[in-house]
Design a protein. Structure first.
Length: 95
């Protein structure tokens, strides 16, 4: 299991942002059970890529955002963690 929590920069007003919660991510995983947020996170990433780039926001939540599948990103996508934690178990990947 990999946990990531990052606070690294401010988002400027001119950036296009894609909040994973707007794409259905729940962030309710407690380490034992909860929602698989893979599809929602990938949808936000894909929307950012289709827009020519942008910032994907991982908002703070009551639990972890779980990725059981694969989320694929590219260099046009920036990530901003607002205190949200992403849980990527050995069955998932973030590339």
């Amino acid at each position: 299991m990999a946990l990531t929590k990052v606070f690294n920069r401010m988002i400027t007003g001119s950036e296009v942002v894609f909040n994973i919660a707007d794409y259905g991510a729940v962030g309710d995983h407690d380490g034992t059970s909860g929602t698989d947020d893979t599809t929602a996170i990938q949808s936000a990433v894909t929307a950012a890529q289709n827009a020519g780039g942008g910032t994907v926001i991982i908002p703070q939540s009551s639990g972890y955002y779980r990725i059981d599948g694969t989320v694929t990103s590219d260099s046009t996508v920036n990530w901003f963690f607002e205190g949200g934690i992403v849980n990527v178990p050995s069955t998932g990947s973030l590339t």
